[in-house]
Design a protein around this ligand. Structure first.
Ligand SMILES: Nc1ncnc2c1ncn2[C@@H]1O[C@H](COP(=O)(O)OP(=O)(O)O)[C@@H](O)[C@H]1O
Ligand SMILES: [Mg+2]
Length: 369
């Protein structure tokens, strides 16, 4: 089976390697000839909105998926006229615009933080008056790793925030005083079968994911069930096929959805070593119409992102249970260059090794955002 993947970043690279033993070969479309996925599969270099590049990419394929969520929806729709595109382009459309996403989540009964649409400075003043301080002003489109966001702490921040972001379509969100951030990764097959991974705890700094712990500790059965219920409502409403991630804020026993990703997700990288079936394999199984694999965790895992600077490989590999994944990207502040997953049989052992590992991860140099 040959699967086309829109986007050729590290997610694509990991998809290709998961597909290989299943007899699935990936072909990627990416604007960069240096795209990481090119080392693991065929790479078509071209713009996502170039019809000739899309045609070259789709030639001979029966199935297309994506690893990058900002592919133009029109391109996915164009491809869908000649090949099966999964997850459905509608999922891409919903996830690309924070406003559409929030409306969609609310419509299927998934709670989100209070929000207001902002298109002018006076909208922004009204929205701040409604939601109070602090509030987070975000671009509706193209934000990632915390880019395109500003926290408004008080009245003096309103005009500067507007001046920096006023050109774009915006949304203002109430600032959530969460206890922690979690994510739920779910997968749905072509036959409608679904499975969820255990909730993951995510730590962000400067808007970038730094560390995931999986399974998250102290998760009640009710909390896991609530997260799975939310994921199921999203999957079913979209007729979704593939892996979906929902980022969540935990406030007491409540879960507010922050955003969703219609693709494999950084907070699921631990599944390569830490789960019976990785998110990458399960995504490919789902879109290819194969039976889904078990989502059970194997012991306890920590995933640490390598951001901006590369670590001492030898020292990292000296830690038992540490697995290094370097994406082959040139170092640059704020850039995800790789990750390390640490797997242990129990939580105490994981914490001990994780403390050792964290000392080996160099801090991200300034200048990333
Ligand atoms: N409304 C909010 N309240 C509190 N923290 C937030 C809020 N929105 C975002 N954040 C913080 O910023 C991080 C990045 O925001 P997110 O909306 O997920 O953007 P991105 O698309 O860049 O990942 C979140 O993981 C969270 O730590
Ligand atoms: Mg996010």
């Amino acid at each position: 089976v040959r699967v086309g993947v829109l986007g050729g970043g590290q997610l694509g690279w990991m998809l290709a390697r998961a597909g290989d033993p299943l007899g699935i070969r990936c072909r990627f479309l990416d604007p960069s000839p240096a795209a990481p996925a090119g080392r693991a599969g065929e790479l078509v270099v071209g713009a996502y909105d170039d019809p000739a590049a899309l045609d070259r990419f789709a030639d001979g394929l029966a199935l297309v998926t994506y690893e990058f969520e900002n592919v133009p929806v029109g391109s996915a729709q164009r491809l869908a006229q000649r090949v099966r595109v999964l997850p459905p382009p509608r999922a891409l459309e919903v996830a690309q615009d924070r406003l559409t996403e929030k409306r969609f989540l609310e419509s299927v009964g998934v709670p989100v933080a209070p929000w207001r649409s902002v298109a002018s400075l006076s909208d922004l003043r009204d929205a701040v008056a409604d939601l109070g301080y602090p509030a987070v002003l975000k671009t509706r489109r193209l934000g990632y790793d915390g880019k395109g966001q500003h926290v408004i702490e008080g009245p003096d921040d309103i005009e500067p925030a507007w001046a920096r972001q006023g050109e774009a379509l915006l949304v203002l969100e109430g600032f959530v005083r969460f206890e922690r951030e979690l994510s739920i990764l779910a997968v749905r097959g072509r036959d409608g079968a679904t499975a969820c991974y255990p909730l993951v705890e995510n730590l962000h700094a400067g808007g970038i994911l730094r560390r995931s712990l999986a399974p998250a500790v102290a998760v009640s059965a009710a909390l896991q069930a609530r997260a799975e219920g939310q994921a199921h409502r999203v999957l079913d409403a979209l007729g979704y096929v593939g892996v979906l991630a929902i980022e969540l804020f935990q406030v007491g026993e409540r879960l507010l959805a922050n955003e969703m990703a219609p693709r494999v997700h950084n907070s699921g990288h631990w599944t390569i070593e830490g789960a019976a079936t990785s998110q990458f394999e399960n995504h490919l199984r789902a879109v290819a119409g194969l039976p889904l694999g078990s989502t059970a965790a194997r012991g306890a895992s920590a995933m640490l992102n390598l951001i901006g600077r590369l670590p001492d490989t030898v020292a990292i590999l000296g830690i038992p249970g540490a697995h290094l994944h370097l994406y082959g990207k040139a170092p640059r502040p704020g850039r995800k260059l790789g990750h390390v997953t640490l797997r242990a049989d129990d939580q105490a052992e994981l914490e001990r090794l994780c403390a050792r590992l964290e000392r080996l991860i160099p801090p991200d140099p300034p200048g990333g955002s």
